[in-house]
Design a protein around this ligand. Structure first.
Ligand SMILES: Cc1ncc(COP(=O)(O)O)c(C=O)c1O
Length: 478
């Protein structure tokens, strides 16, 4: 701790920085402190101090970056009046901030039926469940709402146990499914899992499908060993209830084309359920309503959330295969908000916006254009090791050397703060991946502006650290 009570980052030379930074840039770094000192005004700092005093500290949130006072469309504005394009938005902002159609639906429902107690239902809830069952692929026809993604993951895990009579799971290292004890058991990030005691028994982990840093050394010519390994573990364990994973990890890993088909078939052979977590990437982020559609695979359960509440209301949903409706005489989850009339009205309105404003087409078209522009930027910037993405789920991986793929951790953080200072917000993943998830309603002009900021920031950091960007043969690639 320093004098202000803010914890300092523990020094551990054996612990690669990227492990703690898997989910996002962390707030205890000297670079963050330096940025705050030069960027924030006195009033903002005073509010941030009050915030830090009253909230429990966490490396991914409090102490916070800045104090916000307004948001609209693709942007938010801070207390001192500076506006930022929001390329993070926790992935709740598919339809942007404060979309008038969503605001109107929420306002109407708040005035009409602000709350629906348990044992009763309401028309927005029924319409939303029907709509999701209609949109979801295959026989995913049964819905349960939750107040957030983590709770929905908990429901999926419980249903998998009840349906199979088994308790083991296979999930991925480096994955995130929420921060509760059950979710971190299947999650694969040290920042949540370490120093917290025993997690759920039977939570097995496998390496994720990571084409850029493939554990099996496929080096771009994927032989799907990563999918074969899942079947190997299913075979060895013999009694796994579910494979649970993010369809596309936001954004380090985009699985190869046939990955999920192979895993699906392996699950079927071993009586194991497939649960796909699309909480941050559902409803158009990847250019399809659900990311599993890219892989032509239907899971047994699909978990969605975040933008489902239209960027305003916390709402998530478990959408399960029809024949998994087996707990009629028991209880899976009972929360006051499980059929929120206001939340469901927000979600229906958000889905209408997605359809009426042709957001899937926009995300696909713009995603393709941006990816090709990022590929051109890669030619100009030695710091860029890889660019990848699907729709408007995009990542730029920064490395010190393209051969060794050594993560450019310091440089990525410098780029982050250089972009923030110029009015672009995004988060880092694994410490070195600029993770870009803009609102799906973003205009061409706003996207041009954001890419120009990234370009300038990369040049600035490359100029400052030019000598560093060269091979370091001793660094492990993985
Ligand atoms: C892939 C994934 N799963 C689950 C969650 C947890 O959702 P929530 O924060 O709504 O509880 C998140 C949140 O970021 C997520 O990204």
């Amino acid at each position: 701790m320093d004098d202000s009570g803010v914890p300092r980052l523990p020094e551990n030379p054996h612990q690669p920085d990227s492990r703690l930074k898997s989910e996002g840039d962390i707030n205890l770094s000297p670079k963050r402190l330096k940025w705050a000192e030069s960027f924030l005004d006195e009033e903002t700092r005073a509010w941030l101090e009050r915030d830090a005093k009253v909230f429990l500290h966490q490396s991914l949130s409090t102490p916070c970056l800045d104090v916000l006072k307004e948001s609209s469309g693709a942007c938010f504005t801070d207390l001192s009046g500076r506006t930022f394009l929001d390329f993070h938005g926790n992935n709740v902002h598919q339809v942007g901030y404060g979309h008038p159609h969503v605001i109107e639906a929420i306002t109407r429902e708040m005035q009409q039926l602000p709350f629906c107690p348990r044992r009763f239902t309401n028309i927005p809830a029924i319409l939303l469940a029907e709509k999701l069952a209609h949109l979801a692929p295959g026989d995913l026809n049964k819905v349960l709402f939750a107040p957030g993604g983590t709770s929905a993951i908990g429901m999926a895990l419980k249903l998998a146990r009840a349906a199979t009579g088994r308790y083991k799971t296979i999930s991925m290292w480096d994955s995130f499914h929420g921060a509760s004890l059950d979710a971190i058991s299947v999650g694969g990030e040290e920042v949540f899992r370490s120093r917290i005691g025993p997690l759920l028994p039977g939570s097995e982990h496998v390496p994720p499908p990571d084409a850029y840093r493939c554990l099996w050394g496929c080096n771009g010519s994927c032989n799907l060993k990563c999918a074969d390994y899942i079947e190997y573990v299913l075979e060895k364990e013999g009694d796994v209830a579910a494979v649970i994973a993010e369809t596309i990890r936001c954004t380090p890993f985009i699985p190869p084309r046939d990955y999920w088909k192979k895993v699906r078939e392996a699950c079927d052979r071993h009586g194991t359920l497939l649960i796909l977590d699309e909480i941050p990437i559902c409803l158009g982020r990847t250019g399809k309503m659900f990311a599993c559609e890219h892989f032509e695979v239907v899971p047994d359960m699909l978990v969605i959330g975040k933008g489902l509440g239209g960027g305003i209301f916390p709402l998530a949903a478990l959408i399960a295969r029809e024949d998994l409706d087996i707990l009629g005489d028991r209880a899976l989850a009972i929360t006051p908000m499980r059929k929120s009339s206001v939340g469901c009205a927000a979600a229906l309105a958000a889905l209408e916006v997605i359809e009426q404003e042709h957001i899937l087409e926009h995300a696909t078209r713009m995603g393709e254009q941006v990816l090709s522009r990022l590929q051109s930027m890669k030619k100009e910037h030695p710091l860029i090791g890889d660019v990848r993405g699907t729709g408007l789920l995009l990542g730029i991986e920064l490395v010190l050397d393209r051969e060794t793929r050594q993560r450019a951790l310091d440089e990525a953080e410098e780029v982050l703060y250089a972009c923030l200072s110029r009015g672009l917000s995004f988060k880092l993943t694994m410490g070195n991946i600029l993770t870009l998830t803009p609102p799906l309603i973003i205009s061409d002009g706003e996207m041009d502006h954001a890419l120009a900021i990234i370009d300038v920031a990369l040049s600035e950091v490359e100029r400052q650290t030019g000598d560093e960007i060269r091979p370091r043969s001793t660094e492990m690639v993985l």
